[in-house]
Ligand binder design. Sequence first.
Ligand SMILES: Nc1nc2c(ncn2[C@@H]2O[C@H](COP(=O)(O)OP(=O)(O)O)[C@@H](O)[C@H]2O)c(=O)[nH]1
Ligand SMILES: [Mg+2]
Length: 313
Amino acid sequence: MEKLVEKALEGDPRSMARLISMVESESPFAENLMKAVYPYSGKAHIIGVTGSPGSGKSTLLDKLIGELKKKGKTVGVIAVDPSSPFSGGAVLGDRLRMQGHSLDRDVFIRSMGTRGSLGGLSRATYEAALILDACGKDVVLIETVGVGQSEIDIVKIADTVCLVLVPGMGDDIQVMKAGIMEIADIFVVNKSDKEGAERVATEVNMMLDLLPDRTWRPPVVSTVAERGEGIDALCGKIEEHRNHLKETDEGRKRKYYRLEVEVEEILSREIARIVERAWEEERTTELLEKLADRKIDPYTVAGSLIDRVLGRD
Ligand SMILES: Nc1nc2c(ncn2[C@@H]2O[C@H](COP(=O)(O)OP(=O)(O)O)[C@@H](O)[C@H]2O)c(=O)[nH]1
Ligand SMILES: [Mg+2]
């Protein structure tokens, strides 16, 4: 495994892919591998792109990759969208199609599934982003489908969150969903070639006016991803946001918040494992019968199990 980590850290795409597979499959080596790569992470700019299915996120990502490559940046992409697997599309182009994605050392693309029915981002998504970061990608782009929890979860991973909106999805505005407005750092009105795009932008701005003043007012950028229009402007705003994070206390606060969540999640996962194991040992037919006969209640059972795990009995 050491060899594999070493090769991945040197930027070998196949090794990176294998490390990601290991965290995705919850391999017993996953924890040690994360410990090994962790010290090298924390340098990449992690950008989340979220929005409703069909809003053009993948198309936008495709163009963003092209733009970032032009600037000489190395890019990692994680697409958490089981409904539309990321193809790499037009910009990655023929050269890649000829040699296969895995041979491109500048752009690494990985599709991942969501864990759980609500589309929440899995821990593995976060770990995959950390791996790509540690392996030297300057930018890690994460595409998530904007349904429910995953669009909120993205703040736990990304430095910069871009929310993609499109005209013609009803003027109740897609943004009104609780919490979404607050998590977006940049609003992208994609499909601006369509009628009603300007109104969407105006409405977002009006809604931003209602929010309490923050040190960063999210800009609203209009794009036509399909034609590559507005991509420079978007790149510019992404860069501006990154600088804002660096120059203000905001960046540090976010980092601390994420580290808090990270430790909390690892703790919950580890404790859940310990408790599950203890319960498996304790769970006899006899005990279940006692529970069924109401000779003992589940609270008492759980309580004494916890006492035993914690060594309190
Ligand atoms: N008219 C128009 N169509 C677009 C634009 N960007 C993407 N599309 C189309 O919208 C559809 C969904 O795009 P996709 O990138 O797969 O959306 P995703 O589900 O958000 O990843 C595709 O048919 C795209 O060609 C745009 O700026 N204008
Ligand atoms: Mg997509």
